[in-house]
Design a protein around this ligand. Structure first.
Ligand code: SF4
Ligand code: SF4
Length: 456
């Protein structure tokens, strides 16, 4: 049977067998200290606690005032010890609130709220107040995603359970262990957007989960939720790629899924939506995969947001000698980290400890113009021309070849025989493109002329 898929893409070694059989276990480091970045998706926040404050789990500790602001909450009950920059995913420093546990289980959750009986404004505000962002990687504010303007009618919600990144199995475990909450989060999303149907998209390497999902859907009596297998191919879980594969709709450049009548939600986000209404629980913890041959045993863990990965070693995460690389996220789109002392954030779906055999150490050589990168690109871009433009400092040309539409999936780098680090060039190119835009904006505003906001 031909399953829905897309053109281009790659088949990297999956390595999901390392962790897929392990149920999600709760973990907390014995240090009982968390470092919570004050901004984790959406507009920049500022702390609303000071050093010495006593905080309860679920209490807001940072927020902003913009429409895209998403509050951040204390993930444990304790005392604010410091507010200082710390290493975070991406190897940058970000302002964090450091909380030391006081040994209590005090919580500051909201009252449960029936999403089907309250008005839409109250429901959308509940999602924002609970600090929910996309947990699959992009950390886009969920209250914005679900508050679709009436001129963009939504007919379908897609639950993204493709989980195409090698090694990661946390979505797979969630399908097995928390299917009821996923269905509930989907129903709430449909109610808020007016969508008449929902599709749970699962790659066929997890086809064994579909009967279980269908049983839960049948029990919930939700007739309009389907399960759809898609071909196992990377990056099948890319938002635009998935929409094209399942619905046959092309999301145009610089547009969003809502522009083609759908909303895509990661399964972790759907669970968080259900918890926000049924338990009044803010997004204070998350489940993630810990894997790679560097681990004695790979795992799926649930930890408080802000847990430092290094604090889980060696009590929870036992490593083999000779770890070569630590990655926050998956091997294709994740970030190679300087060390393990970085916090789990709302969008940290996994952390990998890789050995030499799993790490490409081949040196980059000059491009040979083979065109493999073009054939692999799921977005139909011409990576080699983007590369040449960026190397020539011609960012405008790189943009014409599609630089700003690049989803940084790494398929082109994977197939490149010259081992050109294409994604790194594209990230650099995007930084330069945005810097040029900011400079132009500043020059024009100095002349007091109107200027359209950067939409890239
Ligand atoms: S795959 Fe690598 S070597 Fe081939 S054209 Fe693209 S960048 Fe050049
Ligand atoms: S150009 Fe971008 S979207 Fe295309 S394969 Fe490379 S990283 Fe992926």
């Amino acid at each position: 049977m031909n399953l829905p898929t897309f053109s281009g893409g790659i088949h990297p070694p999956e390595n999901k067998h390392l962790s897929s059989a392990y149920a999600i276990e709760d973990a907390m480091p014995s240090t009982k200290t968390v470092a919570i970045p004050v901004t984790q998706g959406g507009a920049a926040n500022v702390p609303c606690v000071t050093v010495g404050n006593s905080v309860a789990k679920g209490q807001i500790i940072a927020d902003g005032t913009g429409a895209f602001s998403v509050p951040v909450h204390a993930s444990i009950a304790g005392i604010v010890k410091k507010i200082e920059p710390r290493l975070v995913t991406g190897n940058t420093e970000s302002l964090c609130v450091i909380i030391e546990a006081d040994g209590t289980e005090r919580t500051n959750y909201l009252e449960p709220l029936n999403p089907f009986e309250c008005d839409k404004t109250t429901a959308i505000d509940r999602i924002r107040l609970c600090g929910i962002v996309g947990m699959g990687g992009a950390a886009f504010p969920t209250h914005v995603k679900l508050n679709v303007p009436s001129e963009k009618p939504i007919d379908c919600i897609i639950a993204n359970a493709a989980e195409c990144e090698p090694y990661l199995t946390i979505d797979e475990r969630s399908l097995i262990e928390e299917a009821e909450k996923i269905i509930d989060g989907l129903s709430i999303s449909m109610h808020l957007t007016g969508a008449k149907r929902a599709i749970i998209a699962v790659e066929n390497n997890k086809s064994y989960t579909t009967e279980h999902l269908k049983n839960i859907i049948a029990k919930s009596e939700k007739q309009n939720i389907e399960v759809q297998l898609v071909e196992t191919k990377y990056p099948q879980g890319g938002e635009k790629v998935l929409i094209k594969a399942i619905l046959g709709r092309e999301v145009p450049s610089k547009k969003l899924p809502a522009d083609v009548g759908c909303v895509v939600q990661n399964v972790g986000t759907l669970i968080a939506i259900s918890d926000a209404f049924r338990l009044g629980k803010p997004l204070v913890d998350r489940a993630l995969t810990i894997s790679g041959s560097g681990c004695e045993v790979a795992k799926n863990l649930r930890v408080p947001i802000g847990t430092l990965i290094g604090d889980l070693i060696p009590e929870v995460i036992k490593l083999n000698p000779g770890v070569k690389k630590i990655i926050s996220g998956g091997p294709m789109m994740g970030f190679s980290m300087l060390n393990a002392m970085f916090p789990v954030q709302k969008n940290t779906s996994g952390v990998l400890f890789l050995m030499e055999k799993e790490v490409s150490l081949l040196a980059e050589t000059p491009c040979i113009g083979c065109g493999n990168c073009i054939n692999s690109c799921p977005c139909g871009l011409t990576p080699v021309m983007m590369l040449r433009s960026i190397k020539a400092e011609d960012i405008d040309s790189a943009k014409k070849y599609g630089l700003m539409d690049c989803m940084e999936c790494g398929s082109c780098s994977f197939v490149c025989p010259a081992k050109v680090r294409l994604v790194q060039y594209f990230r650099l190119g995007k930084i330069k493109a945005c810097a040029a835009m900011e400079k132009a904006k500043a020059q024009i505003s100095a002349k007091k002329e109107p200027f359209n906001e950067c939409t890239i």
